[in-house]
Design a protein around this ligand. Structure first.
Ligand code: PRP
Length: 180
């Protein structure tokens, strides 16, 4: 435990702040889709699992969850090609769909997903993203955004470094020497 904390530079977003923002996002989505029938939330594994679980428990409109597994990083910090490891179970044709992601870094993954899912002709396609790197990813389409974050390596609340630190309830910045 102590060794893990030693790898953190600082806590960037604490647990209460995350939960308050998730409550706001769920209220916003519930209000905007209140006449839409039902919506489909597509969580991108593994990073979105905690955000998705907290978000959907606060929605007040009918909804379904589905998941995809993509990979862009493998176990290194180098951004590469997007691979689909697990596709949706359900057909999203004619559905109101929201992609749920933990982070936009280069924007590679969200751009790929947006293009790919649009070919399946959903009625609408929006994105709900917990964090976005404020300088790198400006201008990328995000309809519901949790937090702008600096361009540092962040872990916790679903985010990882080679699968480590994913289950902390807060978002922390790693010390550069841990990942460089
Ligand atoms: C991470 C993250 C996003 C993507 C963002 O996924 O969950 O999907 O990278 O990076 P980009 O904007 O540069 O494309 P990763 O492949 O690390 O898988 P994981 O969610 O299982 O950790």
């Amino acid at each position: 435990m102590v060794k893990l904390y030693n790898e953190f530079e600082r806590v960037l977003v604490d647990e209460d702040t995350i939960q308050s923002r998730v409550t706001e996002l769920a209220a916003q989505i519930s209000a905007e889709y209140k006449d839409a029938g039902s919506i489909v939330l597509v969580g991108i594994l593994k990073g979105s699992f905690m955000f998705m679980a907290d978000l959907v428990r606060q929605l007040t409109i009918p909804h379904y969850v589905d998941f995809m597994s993509l990979s862009s990083y493998g176990t290194s910090t180098e951004s590469g090609a997007v691979r689909v490891l697990l596709d949706l179970r359900a057909d999203i044709y004619g559905k109101n769909v929201i992609i749920v992601e933990d982070i936009i870094d280069t924007g590679n993954t969200i751009n790929y997903l947006h293009t790919m899912l649009n070919t399946r002709q959903p009625a609408s396609l929006k994105t709900c993203v917990l964090t976005r790197k404020e300088d790198k990813a400006k201008g990328l389409p995000v309809d519901y955004l949790g937090f702008e974050i600096p361009d540092v390596w962040v872990v916790g609340y679903g985010l990882d470094l080679a699968d480590r630190h994913r289950t902390w309830p807060f978002i922390a910045e790693l010390k550069p020497e841990v990942y460089q």
